[in-house]
Design a binder for this molecule. Structure first.
Ligand SMILES: *Cc1c(COP(=O)(O)O)cnc(C)c1O
Length: 366
């Protein structure tokens, strides 16, 4: 029984539709890695992983604890941990997660652990920095890396990868193609000397859309699964996955001169009906949406948020619509609403959907 009134509903069919949409853009042999970090972009990582496990080749999470949650839920698919720390390496091995090794510090630490255990041919992934300047070996590290790798039977390079800095931005096409070409050159050198051919991958969602020629062996799709493609026409082909819903807790009728909420920020200029909704800034509804910047839908009609967003509540002006206490409230149920909310908060949908706090119950609709 669901006794939470505010829920984030996740549409499993939409996620499957979105995956299929990207699949048909790829060569049939290209593998797919589904990125389920940050609770599956704010959705529900274990249920989403279960939904996708027999349709994708890999999962990726950012941190080892996110991968452990998936293993503990029974997920058997290979899981790439994009940002492991030295302190997590033992747990990574214990749960058969696959680390991204991005500098000699973590590489040497993992090699030492693999030697002590000992592990045999343990799958690892080598990350190269080609311009994002966030994580990754430098091109100049390759000779040392190759000689270290050739010395060890304890680890096996399952893949070599890099990450694009601006795959969604047509103005950065030259830079992006440069990243892809440098990456291909690094891979060529490794292939020549390593004696086997790890998988290679560089594309994220926007990469798949804008640079399909660089799909190599695998692509890493994150935001696209959750309905966004950083491109209007492409997003229109995707289905919305995250719907945030609540109810009206109470309706007040206030007179001209009376105010609503903290700091008396909304002042009624005429008789006003105000509805209180149990969701606030602690749930991921930014204070930037207060004072009529944001709106919600009640009975299919948009109504503005009035006054300041509270920690646990918002108030909306329902003077112009028919509604009652207990009626459903939609904070968003379409990518356009999420994009609008992101725009008003001077951010991008990635942040808007991942910011929905864990206090809100997730309900996966199949
Ligand atoms: C988050 C992430 C992705 C997914 O990116 P999207 O733009 O969401 O598709 C892919 N690769 C790496 C390394 C990431 O950190």
């Amino acid at each position: 029984m669901n006794n939470h009134v505010t829920i984030l509903e996740i549409d499993a069919k939409s996620i499957q539709h979105n995956l299929a949409y990207f699949k048909q853009k790829l060569k049939p042999e290209t593998k797919i890695l589904a990125v389920v970090k940050a609770f599956g972009y704010g959705s529900e990582s274990t249920e989403i992983a279960k939904l996708l496990e027999d349709k994708v080749d890999y999962f990726a999470v950012a941190y080892s604890n996110e991968g452990i949650i998936l293993r503990e839920a029974g997920i058997k698919t290979p899981i790439l941990v994009l940002h492991p720390q030295i302190q997590n390496l033992k747990d990574i091995v214990k749960h058969r997660l696959e680390p991204s090794l991005y500098n000699f510090k973590i590489f040497d630490a993992f090699l030492k652990l693999a030697d002590e255990k000992p592990l045999m041919n343990y799958p690892v992934h080598i990350k190269f920095n080609t311009g994002l300047n966030r994580l990754g070996f430098w091109h100049s590290d390759t000779p040392t890396l190759i000689s270290e790798l050739k010395k060890s039977n304890n680890i096996k390079v399952e893949s070599i990868f890099s990450h694009l800095a601006a795959s969604e931005d047509p103005n950065e096409q030259e830079f992006t193609i440069g990243q892809i070409n440098n990456f291909a050159y690094i891979v060529k050198q490794i292939y020549q000397h390593l004696g086997y051919k790890p998988m290679i991958h560089i594309l994220n969602t926007s990469g798949v859309i804008n640079y399909p020629q660089a799909q190599f062996d695998m692509v890493r799709i994150g935001i696209g699964l959750y309905g966004f493609a950083n491109n209007k026409n492409e997003t229109a082909q995707l289905k919305n996955t995250h719907s945030l819903k609540s109810v009206i807790s109470q309706i007040h009728i206030i007179q001209p001169g009376e105010t609503v909420g903290y700091n008396r920020a909304f002042v009624a200029s005429k008789p006003t009906r105000s509805a209180t909704i149990p969701i606030g800034h602690a749930d991921g509804i930014s204070r930037k949406l207060g004072n009529k910047e944001g709106f919600v839908f009640i009975n299919n009609t948009p109504v503005p948020i009035i006054g300041n967003v509270c920690m646990d509540m918002i108030m909306v002006d329902v003077s112009k619509i028919e509604c009652n206490e207990g009626d459903e409230v939609i904070l968003f149920n379409h990518q356009k609403h999420i994009e609008y909310m992101a725009h008003k908060c001077e951010t991008i949908p990635y942040e808007t959907i991942t910011a929905i706090s864990q206090r809100i119950k997730r309900v996966v609709k199949h």
